[in-house]
Design a protein around this ligand. Structure first.
Ligand SMILES: *Cc1c(COP(=O)(O)O)cnc(C)c1O
Length: 410
């Protein structure tokens, strides 16, 4: 069924995995055969109806798709301009969009006869989604996580362990997400025979950015059909938050050829896009380089050292951005803006009060940009934003930022 997604778009990548001058496959020679066999398997799966039948069955009965398209009536009235629609991917099993992609990669892994799944995770969301699907299929799961993040994200570490995953704290380098990615790649080379590397965003060497995008494109595909049904036309503007860029790419991809649809990606501006780099806005405040097997915009210092970045939202702390976004930025098809912690916090609260939805801090960034532009747009202008995660995980962070004392029962 989903084959219709694959031929109609202007977008890349070309056969070497490049989106313009971004993307590609910057990996060691030892990794090359693994990457090529993965690419081969994915190319086969793309046009295999039985692969998509299995995906659709699990999307429906395990994840809970399709996620609703919701008209945020009170928020729209409150802002007094454009109509605001929310794609409710926070209602998925595990509370965010990550599982859309994990299911695809793990079904692929099973087809390749792999029995051990490895992943890297920063805030822990991708690790939890991977551990979840591995439990469902009885696969061994190993998650690499920066030692610093293991401490900061204790609830997610415990979730992964409950789900049967082994969490390995990474102390090499600076013990951050970047180091966890390196260790996962090293593990892969050493355990070629039985291991599959499950990447959580539209990054990594080709074919990962395109493959993860294709799995997440279910978001935009549903959104297009739902808006057609509800308003009888395309939206005027799409808005989504960007860490590595997978929920955004998933929403945007099926609309790339619809030139009249404006596309806006929202990066984490942290304390402001400043010289001290206290933000995670790779496109707005970074420059091109190579990380995680692809060329893209990265947060780096003058010597090319990758920086950790800073954001109130742990899920937006990827030090780069998917290469396809770098390319869409370069050709001007999508626009990228940054939202600060303070602005995201305000949007978080407004969404709770106006809509009875506690959003994750990541989509609160997207919503903050909606709040900026909606009031000045005409009332027949339709904005569709991706509500890509729910906020249960963030209430302690928000309480602290707002100065609430909370007894956590610990
Ligand atoms: C992981 C995560 C993100 C960031 O990842 P993308 O690949 O940019 O989508 C954003 N929102 C939520 C809720 C997440 O869990």
């Amino acid at each position: 069924m989903a084959n219709d997604l694959f031929n109609s778009f202007m977008t890349g990548p070309d056969e070497t995995g490049r989106f313009g001058k971004f993307g590609g496959r910057f990996v060691s020679e030892t990794l090359m055969p693994l990457i090529l066999s993965l690419e081969d398997e994915y190319e086969k799966a793309k046009t295999d109806d039985s692969f998509w039948a299995e995906m659709n069955d699990l999307w429906t009965n395990y994840v809970g798709r399709p996620s609703p398209m919701y008209f945020a009536e009170r928020l729209t009235a409150h802002l007094g301009g454009a109509q605001i629609y929310m794609k409710r991917d926070e209602l998925n099993h595990t509370g965010a969009h990550k599982i859309n992609n994990v299911l695809g990669q793990i079904i692929l892994a099973r087809r390749m006869g792999k029995t051990r799944i490895i992943a890297e995770t920063g805030a822990g969301q991708h690790g939890v989604a991977t551990a979840t699907v591995c439990a469902k299929f009885g696969l061994k799961c190993v998650v690499y996580m920066g030692a610093h993040d293991v401490e900061r994200q204790a609830p997610n570490v415990f979730r992964m362990r409950l789900l049967g995953a082994e969490v390995i704290p990474v102390t090499s380098g600076r013990g951050t997400l970047k180091d966890a990615m390196n260790d996962a790649l090293r593990d892969w080379v050493t355990n070629v025979r039985d291991t599959f590397y499950c990447i959580g965003t539209v990054a990594g060497p080709h074919p990962y950015p395109a493959m993860v995008r294709d799995f997440q494109a279910i978001i935009g595909k549903e959104a297009k059909a739902q808006l057609e049904e509800q308003i009888g036309r395309l939206p005027d503007t799409l808005i989504a938050a960007i860490g590595g860029g997978s929920n955004a790419m998933g929403l945007f991809f099926p609309f790339l050829d619809d030139k009249e649809v404006e596309i806006i990606g929202v990066e984490a501006g942290g304390k402001g896009v400043n010289a001290k780099m206290e933000h995670c806005a790779s496109l707005t405040g970074g420059r091109p380089g190579v990380l995680h097997g692809n060329r893209t915009y990265l947060l780096q210092d003058d010597d090319g050292q990758i920086l950790e970045g800073f954001s109130i939202s742990a899920g937006l702390d990827y030090p780069g951005i998917g290469p396809e976004h770098a390319w869409l930025h370069e050709i001007g098809r999508a626009k990228y803006v940054a939202i600060t912690d303070a602005e995201a916090l305000e949007a978080f609260q407004l969404c709770c009060e106006q809509e009875g939805i506690i959003p994750a801090l990541e989509p609160s960034h997207a919503l903050a940009h909606v709040m900026k532009i909606a009031p000045d747009l005409p009332k027949d202008h339709v904005i569709c934003m991706n509500m890509c995660g729910r906020g249960d995980k963030d209430i302690f962070t928000v309480a602290k930022a707002l100065g609430f004392e909370m007894n956590t029962g610990a």
